[in-house]
Design a binder for this molecule. Structure first.
Ligand code: GLU
Length: 310
């Protein structure tokens, strides 16, 4: 890093970036997410061994939404290995919106383009091993607990239900994929698990730790025990670079250059390889579904401290 990163500088950067919250709107296609305060912006940066700095309203909780796709991909890869997972889901980025159905129909045989768009993520969640929804969710949560060293983390029932009640597009993606043999089993059960995984509730500290583990080759942020195999942590980071910021991933790679994944709750998780983990929450989104102020904050962090991997 060019200069040392302290709380005072971080606070100033948050105040600067906060101005951009006015340019976005909160997601309301999941009704419960529409209740978020669009003016909020907070960040935590985890530097390993309990060293964390933060700015903004950092105790505020929010749901992972699409960031959970990175975690479930790790579980599915650990459960089945790369060959099986990527026989069902591709590895290519897309310029289409995250919930698009278009390529599912035009690609023959039908296969979601990557695990970060909704179709691919639903197919990945469908692979998680377990007898019941609770057992599968429990396995996803266990990994989150280990990565964050926070066993209290659970999912928000209200947000999960709100999404389940209104997930018409995701339902149609599932039925389309079931017709084409990409997903198996009962669609309602898959949606039930997926909406709960998306509703896993964290704060910026937890999110920064999740990012830190992925940044640091899958090792526990305190004990350095290997939680996720090295080659899987590498796959996760690569998807974060190529597909993590929806159809803004190319522009984000140029302007910021940090492997990152965003969610429609307004959260962004950043992983600087062999460096810091970043957790940001700013629910005002741009038209692609990324936190407007969160992206600005990451951009200034990256340029000020020379964090681009390119
Ligand atoms: N639960 C959300 C959905 O499936 C996640 C989308 C996102 O965060 O990009 O629509």
């Amino acid at each position: 890093m060019k200069q040392s990163l302290d709380v005072e500088t971080l606070n100033t950067m948050v105040v600067e970036a906060k101005k951009y919250t006015k340019e976005g709107v909160v997601a309301d296609y999941i009704p419960a997410l529409g209740e978020a305060n669009p003016e909020t912006l907070s960040i935590a940066i985890y530097r390993g061994k309990g060293d964390c700095i933060a700015a903004g309203n950092i105790r505020e909780k929010f749901t992972l939404q699409s960031i959970s796709k990175v975690i479930t991909l790790a579980v599915a890869l650990m459960d089945h290995g790369e060959e099986y997972v990527f026989s069902k889901v591709g590895m290519e980025p897309t310029g289409d919106p995250f919930n698009s159905i278009a390529k599912l129909e035009s690609n023959v045989p039908s296969k979601p383009l990557n695990p970060m768009i909704n179709a691919g993520a639903l197919a990945v969640t469908n692979m998680i091993i377990g007898e019941t929804i609770d057992e599968k969710l429990g396995r996803i949560l266990s990994l989150v607990h280990e990565m964050t060293c926070n066993p209290e983390i659970t999912y928000c029932e209200r947000v999960a239900k709100s999404e389940l009640d209104t997930a018409f597009l995701n339902r149609s993606l599932c039925y389309f994929m079931k017709q084409h043999g990409v997903v198996k089993g009962v669609v309602e059960e898959l949606l039930n698990l997926y909406t709960k995984q998306c509703a896993i509730q964290v704060d910026c500290y937890d999110l920064a730790k999740l990012g830190y583990v992925i940044a640091n080759d899958g090792k526990n942020p305190n004990t350095e025990r290997q939680i996720i195999p090295l080659h899987i942590a590498r796959i996760l980071k690569t998807f974060m670079v190529t597909c993590g910021m929806y159809n803004s991933s190319g522009e984000f790679a140029i302007k910021v250059g940090i492997p990152a994944k965003s969610g429609v709750s307004g959260a962004i998780m950043g992983s600087v390889p062999h460096g810091i983990g970043v957790g940001i929450y700013g629910p005002a989104l741009d038209d692609r579904g990324n936190s407007v102020a969160g992206m600005k904050l990451l951009e200034s962090l990256s340029s000020r401290y020379d964090l681009s991997i390119f």
